[in-house]
Design a protein around this ligand. Sequence first.
Ligand SMILES: N[C@@H](CCC[C@H](N)C(=O)O)C(=O)O
Length: 262
Amino acid sequence: MKLTFYKYQGTGNDFVMIDNRTMIISKNDTKIIQGLCDRRFGIGADGLILLENSNDPEDDFKMVYFNADGNESSMCGNGGRCLVAFAKFLGIIENSARFTAIDGVHEAYIKEGIVSLKMQDVQEISENDDYIYLDTGSPHHVIFTKNVGVIDIQKEGAAIRYSERYKLNNGTNVNFVEPVSEDTFSVRTYERGVEDETLSCGTGVTAVALAAFRSSRTNSDKVKLITPGGELSVSFKRNEDDFSDVWLSGPAQLVFKGEIVC
Ligand SMILES: N[C@@H](CCC[C@H](N)C(=O)O)C(=O)O
């Protein structure tokens, strides 16, 4: 089968995008999806995203996300932002969108090349002595540390992701964070399903911003996150019981289009 694909990146978190409105690709074919994401034998990406028609008439489209290991997974923030840019490229939307992903409905808009995506409200945050755990559409373990630049993310991230604590929960993503200033944090993320460090993780930096506020490491409701792939920002509203109006913003770009035999 010949498949037309598009490659997008959002702060270096890269995705194969497929317009699957005519159901050209099957969601059950783990091997094909893994092969397309393979950096040596395929196109190469941290994940693959299908743009599909939604059953909800209020939606512009539906997002189906797979990690590079070929398995469908939980929400991908950078992927969601890239998908909005892809929907604009396809002429499905102009500068605003509403779509359904695995964690529910998302709104988004594009302004001056920056794609902003509304994330789900976050109620539960587990604050522990040496880490904070929360789910921002995907599960995230957040560690505030020094010298984030020299950490062996693959080794230390995998040790936490495969630890007893997360065994029953399908693992977790792991974020290592160093404060840079009152409202700016440097973040490196080990991603579940890629099983390595990625250059940026959208649900990860969202988790970091909320964790930083919750643990009084910042008083700002708009936080700048510096990742190895670029800069993102997260704004939110702190209510008594939850965080709402959580917006993840940053660039999302088409890299190339191609055709692959699979
Ligand atoms: N890159 C993502 C997160 C993708 C999901 C993650 N790998 C998981 O399985 O939890 C993002 O930008 O949020």
